[in-house]
Write a protein of this length. Structure first.
Length: 129
């Protein structure tokens, strides 16, 4: 019998849909956003008109039990009904930084590991080189 236990993800505004271990032993977590709407990138007004999902994004998260951990998310897209053109906007979430493949929690861990340590040592420790 396989023994399991729960570990809190500590990522706000998502629900966990699936957790697997890939062939390399990395933990793969598929999440979905629970946030409704996003500010329109063109008009700045909040829009909740659902318009589908964007391509899947993969974020490296804090390691769990010594294993690399990755989160997969298909961000929601919304259509703005203000102004003309009905602009669409992809949702951004509080725990990620635009154009980063790391969660903010993991970014913070890497920055802390760089204190009094050469970058190459951190790269080796985090297996990110």
């Amino acid at each position: 019998m396989r023994q399991t236990f729960e570990i809190p993800l500590d990522i706000p505004d998502v629900t966990i849909e699936n957790v697997t271990t890939n062939r390399m032993g990395h933990i793969e977590i598929t999440v979905q956003s629970t946030v409704e709407g996003t500010p329109c990138h063109r008009w700045g007004k909040m829009t909740t008109q659902w318009y589908g999902e964007d391509r899947e994004l993969t974020f490296r998260h804090l390691p769990m039990l010594g294993r690399k951990t990755f989160m997969h998310l298909r961000p929601k897209r919304s259509q703005c009904l203000h102004g003309d053109g009905n602009a669409t906007t992809t949702q951004t979430l509080s725990w990620s930084t635009a154009r980063s493949a790391l969660t903010q929690a993991y970014e913070k861990q890497i920055l802390l590991s760089l204190v009094n340590s050469p970058g190459q040592d951190t790269s080796i420790k985090e297996d990110s080189g």
